[in-house]
Design a protein around this ligand. Structure first.
Ligand SMILES: C[S@@+](CC[C@H](N)C(=O)[O-])C[C@H]1O[C@@H](n2cnc3c(N)ncnc32)[C@H](O)[C@@H]1O
Length: 280
């Protein structure tokens, strides 16, 4: 994740004595805290993982591997949700892992801390024990832009599962997913902006940024940047089968109901979200 640019509002002309400038809201903000507030909902994800595993295996899962874990927010929520649950979070970058260890894990009980391991590694080559569920959320696997590379990742995920394991990833799409546009959402104390800056219809590559805006006019522009290929649902399902999974299912996020439901046919929407679940 790239470092963010801080934009300071221009000072107004004033005849008063020069005061040391007060740090802006942007200068005082922590981009990982803002990201947690604006983007992440780990409790809902924990519920979905439990539900999907029960549906496939008829019992509750206990071990989770969170690929592309960033700060390990979901891994920690998983371990917190039941004392029998363990989590391994894997990320290639030192910075979010260190932030997560200091700000997410360290504030939890010793029991939770003992059941979460945050590992710095490439998800395609991580040497960690097999688990019941591997999750790849917030579309992170879209950083793998060609078929061979994504297939290699899915093969590695399959090899990382225990007997009866399942793999879950999410995906977004819809008519607006390929539009170059920015969407603002008010959050407590700041505005979150999802900026679909570039989209190449020939390669389906898409460059996206997250910006945070503050009421004093300051901002964290490009606080996070994602250089992705927008995969389609059938492409992902076909690659999962090619990687050796025996079956895949799509869980659709309906506009008219609270929770995801398994589905094979839906009408196109401006934006849609799905989970794709693959079983060994
Ligand atoms: C979109 S963030 C996801 C953060 C978190 N999983 C979430 O749900 O919000 C993507 C993360 O993937 C990590 N990443 C990118 N390529 C990776 C790879 N090959 N192996 C492991 N982590 C990787 C980045 O360092 C970054 O922290």
């Amino acid at each position: 994740m790239p470092k963010s640019r801080t934009v300071t509002p221009k000072p107004r002309n004033s005849a008063k004595a020069v005061q040391p400038p007060r740090p802006t809201l942007a200068a005082r903000a922590d981009r990982y805290v803002l990201y947690q507030q604006a983007v992440q909902a780990p409790e809902a994800e924990v519920r979905f993982i439990h539900r999907a595993y029960r549906r496939v295996r008829g019992r509750a899962p206990s071990s989770l591997r969170e690929d592309f874990c960033g700060t390990g927010y979901l891994s920690t929520a998983w371990a917190k949700s039941h004392r029998g649950r363990t989590a391994i979070g894997i990320d290639i970058s030192t910075e979010p892992l260190d932030w997560g260890r200091a700000n997410v894990l360290a504030v939890e009980s010793l029991s939770v801390q003992a059941r979460v391991q945050l590992v710095e590694a490439d998800v395609r080559h991580a040497d960690v024990p097999p688990v019941d569920v591997i999750g790849a959320f917030n579309y992170s696997y879209c950083c793998f832009k060609d078929r061979a590379t994504l297939l290699g990742y899915f093969r590695a995920a399959r090899a990382g599962l225990a007997k009866d394991g399942i793999f879950i990833c999410d995906l977004f799409g819809g008519t607006e997913a390929i539009a170059t546009q920015a969407e603002e959402r008010k959050c407590k104390g700041f505005t979150y902006v999802w900026d679909q800056a570039e989209y190449n219809p020939i390669t389906h590559e898409s460059l996206n940024h997250i910006h945070f805006l503050f009421r004093d006019g300051s901002s964290l522009l490009e606080a996070f940047t994602y250089d992705w290929r927008l995969w389609s649902i059938p492409e992902v399902r076909e690659l999962l089968l090619e990687a050796g999974f025996s079956a895949t299912a799509v869980w659709w996020d309906p506009i008219d109901a609270d929770d995801y439901r398994k589905s094979e046919c839906e009408e196109q929407q401006a934006t849609w979200l799905v989970y794709i679940v693959a079983a060994l």
